[in-house]
Write a protein that binds this ligand. Sequence first.
Ligand SMILES: N[C@@H](CCC(=O)N[C@@H](CS)C(=O)NCC(=O)O)C(=O)O
Length: 211
Amino acid sequence: MVDYTLKCFAESENAYKAALILQLCDANWDTEWVVFFHGESKSDGFLDLNSMAEVPVLIDHTNNGNAISQSAVILMHLADRFGKFVPDNRADELEMMRWLFFDNHKLTSYTATYRFLSRFMNKDGEPEAEFMKARMLGSFKIFNRHLENHDWVAANQPTLADISTCGYLFWPDHFNVTWDDYSGIKQWLARIQELPNWAAPEALLPVGPKE
Ligand SMILES: N[C@@H](CCC(=O)N[C@@H](CS)C(=O)NCC(=O)O)C(=O)O
């Protein structure tokens, strides 16, 4: 029996955030594929686990199968469990929280929505896609400027802010960007890839039902 099961699917980089911390902490975990594109996350069974109808959901078998959702909350729960990726002083912890909110409100939110409109709905050129793309590029500019002067997002070490913000960024071609135009982001992603046990999204998230 594993300690944690992550309900997820390959295209969900919010799920990758949770998968990445499990991987970096060398946790005992497995995945369960959510048939997202056929509406599973809106089904009654799924809503019983997460009333917000969103992936990811972490099932914590070490705590009576408790279901936890919102990737930032999952990250905080696992950081607490493993004693990793949270700064040891209040100022850096607040800075970490500041970037977690920035990520959830802007960076991931605009990137994921634009990627969905462009890649899965072929809406490039249409007003809603162009609006989201502009908001995404605006958040990249802000984030890149920060990373040009910081090795890690919130402290002098990797924290949950790095794990959360990097979620969507390993596949820039999925949202029509090259990191050659954003040297701060490019160099920071390379630092993340050098963390012990790092693995890419496609190595951690399931693409379909298990045999
Ligand atoms: N803030 C949430 C966002 C989760 C989210 O948007 N998940 C997507 C898949 S990556 C989803 O389930 N979307 C369903 C919907 O928006 O209806 C988190 O970080 O967990």
